[in-house]
Design a protein around this ligand. Structure first.
Ligand code: SAM
Length: 280
């Protein structure tokens, strides 16, 4: 894996506020690699960027000339009717700059309810190969954003939806079911780490196997009448859980955090006799 991507998953993403488990990041990387090996190309997009936690990973996985379309209400938070996250353009730009050049960024500040597949395709300058749906969490917005995404993806494209099974956001699951009543040309293929993955029926088996290979345990189940893989992962170690916490992010460069990090590194080096490219 590209070292910038590995570094972002291991370290960088812990300093970007938002919602992206490392396990989900690994599935996204695995699907991206499968798309590359199949020769699937196209832009990436996220509806609902917040401060860029997942978007930065998608950006790092894309390459010239693929566009990376960031869609969010950003400064128009009065339109954020369900308060699902809170986009902030300045923070997003700062976070992206820290990890990528941003030359392929296409910024779209606006209500996703005003988007269509044609508009999204125009923003990305062609059909997309990866779209994340994580904007408004009501049933109406979710169904609308799925329709926009489905109309804009390439044949080998992937759509990933956050929170479909999150009890805090029942609207998302309702929106997905509502959308599938229209019998779209889309099937779910995997569920794991709070994300649900969809693609065209033609690519289901290929992406199912790629996602399953990134998980520790795979259970065959059904969703929307389709076979899907439920992906599970070994529980993250104490270090990863501490590194993910906001308390540690505030402490790590202070007079308390710095000696703790030094002690952890020293103990680790003595125990293993090696220094690996790892930090927390
Ligand atoms: C849960 S957050 C996104 C988290 C992000 N994907 C991450 O990686 O951390 C939801 C985002 O959707 C945005 N949003 C909410 N309703 C929206 C709408 N109708 N159109 C566009 N963006 C919306 C919010 O401003 C917020 O930034």
């Amino acid at each position: 894996m590209d070292s910038r991507i590995e570094n972002y998953i291991r370290r960088g993403k812990f300093y970007v506020d938002g919602w992206l488990r490392s396990e989900a990041a690994r599935i996204v990387v695995a699907l991206n690699e499968r798309q590359r090996s199949l020769g699937v190309t196209g832009g990436i997009a996220e509806i609902g960027v917040h401060h860029g936690k997942l978007f930065i990973l998608l950006y790092l996985l894309s390459r010239e000339p693929e566009k990376a379309v960031a869609i969010d209400l950003f400064e128009d938070q009065h339109l954020n009717i369900d308060q699902s996250g809170s986009g902030d353009l300045a923070k997003f730009r700062r976070n992206l700059e820290r990890h990528a050049d941003g030359t392929r960024l296409v910024l779209h500040q606006g209500n996703s309810m005003d988007l269509t597949g044609a508009i999204l395709t125009r923003l990305a300058e062609g059909p997309l190969r990866f779209v994340s749906v994580d904007g408004g969490h009501t049933a109406e917005i979710t169904a609308h954003d799925l329709a926009t995404s489905e109309a804009a993806i390439a044949e080998g494209g992937v759509i990933v939806v956050d929170d479909v099974f999150n009890e805090q956001w029942p609207g998302v699951g309702d929106g997905v079911r509502r959308y599938f009543e229209r019998r779209p040309n889309l099937v779910p293929f995997a569920i794991g780490a709070n994300k649900t993955y969809f693609c065209r029926p033609s690519h289901r088996d290929i992406y199912h196997d790629a996602a399953a290979a990134a998980a520790s345990t795979v259970t065959a189940t059904e969703f929307l009448g389709q076979p899907v893989a439920f992906l599970q992962f070994l529980r993250p170690g104490l270090k990863d859980r501490v590194a993910e916490s906001s308390a540690w992010r505030r402490l790590r460069t202070t007079a308390i955090g710095l000696p703790l990090r030094w002690a952890w590194h020293t103990a680790r080096t003595l125990r293993r006799g090696v220094t690996r490219n790892e930090d927390f």
